[in-house]
Design a protein around this ligand. Structure first.
Ligand SMILES: [Zn+2]
Ligand SMILES: [Zn+2]
Length: 135
């Protein structure tokens, strides 16, 4: 396989690239599979068609579980960098002394399930690079 950072040909499942010292799966400059140059926002390699997003998306699973378990505090929103939405959910719960906590809890539950059932690529493009605020 190839180092995603510098394009060096490295051993399969190598922990670090021997040329640049980075984790070979971490970069955004070259395709892991064919070594062709890639752009920052590219999600698949246009040369060989392989997915450029490391699987499984741990962010997706973590955000999904946080949404389901701690949705009423908006924790999954903070986790994904949606501070405004997180604060809104948190305030609904706290200002209503948890009377209305079911509302953000249900939103969190729905969003959590949505994240977990979503394809990794779709999740990354919608919430990580796309910054879609709700659902
Ligand atoms: Zn490298
Ligand atoms: Zn490729």
């Amino acid at each position: 396989m190839y180092c995603r950072n510098c394009g060096n040909n490295v051993e399969e499942n190598a922990f670090a690239c021997t040329k640049c010292g980075c984790r070979p799966i971490d970069g955004k400059n070259f395709c892991n599979n064919c070594g062709k140059e890639t752009q920052d926002k590219q999600v698949i390699c246009i040369n060989c068609g392989v997915s450029l997003i490391s699987r499984p998306s741990r962010k997706k699973i973590a955000a999904g579980l946080l949404g389901i378990l701690l949705g009423c505090f908006g924790v999954h929103k903070f986790y994904l960098g949606y501070t405004t939405q997180g604060v809104i959910m948190l305030l609904i719960s706290i200002l209503s002394i948890f009377v209305l906590a079911a509302i953000p809890a249900i939103i969190g539950l729905i969003e959590g399930i949505l994240y977990l059932t979503m394809d990794d690529i779709e999740f990354e493009t919608t919430y990580i690079t796309g910054h879609k605020p709700w659902f």
